[in-house]
Each structure stands twice: as C-alpha cells, then as structure tokens.
Design a protein around this ligand. Structure first.
Ligand code: MF3
Ligand code: CO
Ligand code: CO
Length: 267
C-alpha cells in the first residue's frame, strides 16, 4: 500500500490564524534586532525573546520541544542551526543566526535571520548575502500547484553558481497547528522525492542553510542539539514562513525593520 502523507490545506479562517502568528514572530525579530550587537550574550537575547513572548500572552515553541532548553536558537559562525543560547558575548566579525518560533492562539510562525556583528570578512559577507538571496530565489521559484522540488532545485543552482554548498540534513517543513509537519522542504536538488504539489492553502517554511566549505554537518553529542559544519567553516541561514495562495506565495513572517527582498546587505 502506498503511504499517502496528508498535507493540511488551510481555509480563510485558518489562514488568518497563520497570519497573526507570523506577524507576531516577525515583530519579535524586529524587537530583538537592535540588541543583536557586539558584547551581548545569546542568553541575554534568549531572555528578551522569552519575556516578549510570554509578556504578549504567547507560547515559546522551542522551549521544552523535544527537551530543547531555550526560547530561540542562536547559531554562531560554524554553527549551522539549533545553537543553544549561552554566556559567550558576541564579538566583532561574528555572524549569528537568530531563529524564532512562537505559538499564537495555537498557530506557529517560524523565521530566522543571520546578523553580522561589526565588520565581518569578505567571505562572511558573500555567504550572508548569498544565503539571504537564496531564500528569495526559493520563494520566487514556486507558484500555485508548483512542485516542492522546484524550491531545492532553484536554491542549490543559485548557491553552487556562487561557490557555496547547501546543507542537506536539515530542511524546511510544513507548519500550522504543529511545529514540523508535511511536506518536508529540501533546499537541494533531489532525484526522487519532492514531487509534492503545492496547493493554495498549504503553509511551510523555506530556510536554506548555506556553507562556505563542505555541505556536511556534525551534531554535537554533548548537548544533542548544536549542529556544526564538519569542516568548521562558516554557515548562514535565513527563514520565512510561506502560505501558498491562488495568487502565489504570501510571506507570513515579513519584518518591518529587517532587510527586504532584493536588499544589498553590505552596500
Ligand atoms: N526553528 C527551527 C526551524 O526552523 C527549529 C528549532 S527546534 C529547536 O525549524 F528545538 F531547536 F528549537
Ligand atoms: Co526556524
Ligand atoms: Co523552520
């Protein structure tokens, strides 16, 4: 028997729930943005995120999720994703991805941005700009009734053309009343899989992780969460939550103060 994985298709009422949740998560990113500076610890950022979330009556999604210990993920330099906030101050030249997920009236929203601390290397600038652009290449690769695999194809083509590799072990995901659900959204091109049609009403994340060196990663066995590049070279990531509509993708997690589509981050 063929296993048919059910992908939720949301009606207008449900879409409104997703919009409200996406907007709240984007506001939280805007709130944190001025604090992501040299000298701040990622634990301090985590506390700000926790207090903002519960202060607005919402629920931090990561805290306690599979025993994850904090509210946000903060992935510095060679950390690919799921970095746990700690007591180490951010320093000049670091790049740090801040990944936020909170639950608003039962609905999830999920976004991340990579921030640069002071002046960063040319290599880091190229990585961060290309990863930011790769997210938008992914978003613009899809249309109603298009295929999930088109996203990974477009992103990996773009990354490789720019001399960067694409993480394979972690991917985007369907999202709604659950954090992670079908469909999986790979950011690389696949022979099989990804032959899923994106119908209006489906909601999912696109969250490419691009690396300067190898695409391969290593999970920290001591904390069970921190994912690093296998060669300890830099990795960056950007993420949005996307609702497909009959008119095309609608971005649930657009920020007010963050970089817009097409932005030149280092101009
Ligand atoms: N926000 C991450 C994602 O984009 C997931 C973090 S799960 C956690 O899917 F437990 F590490 F927080
Ligand atoms: Co996320
Ligand atoms: Co996500």
């Amino acid at each position: 028997m063929k296993l048919i994985k059910k992908i939720p298709v949301y009606n207008e009422r449900e879409r409104e729930g997703l919009r409200v949740a996406g907007r709240f998560n984007a506001r939280l990113m805007d709130y944190l943005r001025p604090h992501v500076k040299e000298g701040v610890t990622t634990l301090e950022l985590d506390k700000l995120a926790y207090e903002y979330t519960v202060g607005h009556g919402h629920v931090p999604a990561c805290l306690g999720y599979l025993n994850y210990p904090r509210t946000i993920c903060t992935s510095v330099n060679e950390v690919v994703c799921h970095g746990i906030p700690n007591n180490v101050p951010l320093k000049k030249g670091d790049i740090v991805n801040v990944d936020i997920t909170s639950i608003v009236n039962g609905w999830y929203g999920d976004l991340s941005e990579t921030f640069c601390i002071g002046e960063i290397s040319q290599e880091a600038k190229h990585l961060v700009q290309t990863t930011f652009d790769a997210l938008w290449v992914g978003i613009r690769s899809i249309e109603p009734f298009g295929m999930v695999r088109d996203i990974g194809r477009a992103i990996s083509k773009f990354a490789h053309a720019n001399g960067l590799s694409v993480v394979q072990e972690y991917q985007g995901h369907g999202i709604g009343r659950a954090f992670h659900q079908e469909p999986g959204i790979p950011h690389f091109e696949q022979d099989k899989g990804g032959r899923v049609r994106i119908e209006p009403g489906m909601c999912f994340t696109i969250e490419p992780m691009l690396n300067v060196g190898s695409w391969k990663t290593e999970l920290d066995s001591s904390d069970g969460w921190t994912v690093r590049t296998i060669d300890r070279k830099l990795s960056a990531q950007f993420e949005h939550t996307i609702l497909m509509t009959s008119k095309g993708p609608e971005i649930m997690t657009l920020t007010e103060n963050g970089p817009r589509e097409g932005a030149k981050l280092f101009a």
